[in-house]
Ligand binder design. Structure first.
Ligand code: FAD
Length: 323
């Protein structure tokens, strides 16, 4: 069954976020000859349009309004509602990012349609669209389908992957009306954290209370830098003020699905596992051989992280020098 899919894209630091490209890949899997439409906010940017074509957009709609140049939930919600009403898609996809989590329920409520959030797979079985999402802090998965209305779905980063294709998208500029804004964005003040976005990083080196101090995180940062990854943390480490809460991974923090997750001095509480157990390869470094983190780890190192982590950093550095 041929479908039209609408993908709302997101930009960060002037680049299309990888999860938006994953949404385009998912859309191409399921449209069955139908059209994949990507939506860009704010202004026409040819490099972004080319990139969206490279990852499978047949058409790019550029939403034209001054108020869309930076994110506010009210403005984006109004714009999204207008594009959905204009294109009448069968499927609507966007990243399960901070902004995605903020806007998708508002749009669903405004349009009176269903929403299935935080999906890690989108497939077609016997002609029906099936969405897979983790439940019980990642201990089980449920498969869901829509019984009516468009399929409105948010996608978790780093699960679907991206596929390059060669498409030259048709571009449409669409004027949208934004009114009654209750807030506008004045400025963004960034934390001085590593350049790699934690929720989309391919490698995460994460520290827990076992790291013992803010200075203790330095050796984790060095390992993350060598591996081109980001530093994360348990809530134990954040509560102890060893690092900023923006690094917290888990049930009440960020959910990450990197190719490699290195847990250093983290016991493996269920609330932490909820944020990292879907990582492709998990390495745990802990002094306690009975630590629960070893139950989800693919590789476990029983030892003192202050000996193991610098050793790994040096070994990876040497490997990179050789290759
Ligand atoms: P600990 O449990 O104290 O573990 C420290 C570990 O370090 C131990 O296993 C120890 O053996 C090891 N260690 C010590 N020294 C060394 C060393 N030198 N080398 C190697 N290993 C060493 N937690 C989260 O992480 N994320 C969440 O989102 C989250 N949400 C929560 C929500 C709720 C409602 C509640 C109640 C709790 C939540 N928690 C969350 C907290 C969670 O229950 C744990 O308390 C927390 O994850 C423990 O952090 P930790 O593993 O760093 O610390």
């Amino acid at each position: 069954m041929s479908r039209t899919a609408l993908v709302f894209t997101e930009q960060k630091d002037g680049r299309i976020r990888n999860v938006s490209l994953e949404c385009l890949t998912a859309a191409n899997h399921i449209v069955d000859g139908g059209e994949v439409i990507a939506v860009l906010y704010g202004e026409k940017n040819q490099a972004h349009i080319d990139e969206l074509g490279k990852y499978g957009a047949d058409k790019v709609i550029v939403l034209n309004n001054e108020n869309l140049k930076s994110y506010t939930a009210m403005a984006y919600k109004q714009a999204m509602v207008q594009v959905i009403e204009h294109t009448v898609p069968d499927v609507i996809l966007l990243g399960h990012t901070g902004n995605g989590k903020d806007t998708a329920p508002r749009v669903a409520a405004r349009l009176g349609i269903g929403l299935i959030s935080d999906c890690i797979d989108v497939s077609v079985e016997a002609g029906e669209l099936i969405l897979t999402r983790p439940i019980y802090a990642g201990k089980a998965f449920e498969k869901k389908r829509f019984v009516k209305g468009p399929a409105f779905v948010t996608i978790r980063s780093n699960n679907i992957g991206t596929n390059e294709m060669i498409k030259v998208p048709v571009v449409q500029i669409m004027d949208v009306e934004i009114h009654d804004l209750r807030a506008t964005l004045e400025d963004v003040v960034r934390n001085a954290t590593s350049g790699v976005d934690l929720s989309e990083a391919h490698v995460v080196v994460s520290g827990g209370r076992g790291v013992k101090s803010a200075e203790g995180f330095q050796c984790l940062t060095e390992l993350a830098e060598v591996l081109g990854g980001a530093v994360g943390a348990s809530r134990g480490a954040c509560d102890a003020a060893y690092c900023d809460y923006s690094l917290q991974i888990g049930q009440t923090g960020k959910v990450v699905t990197p190719d490699l997750y290195i847990a250093c001095g983290i016991s493996g509480a269920i609330q932490h596992m909820a944020g990292m157990s879907q990582s492709k390869v998990i390495v745990a470094i802990n002094k306690d051989p009975e630590a629960a983190i070893f139950e989800v780890a693919d590789f476990g190192i029983v030892g003192d992280l202050f000996e193991v982590v610098p050793y790994l950093t040096e070994a990876f550095r040497r490997m990179q020098e050789v290759s």
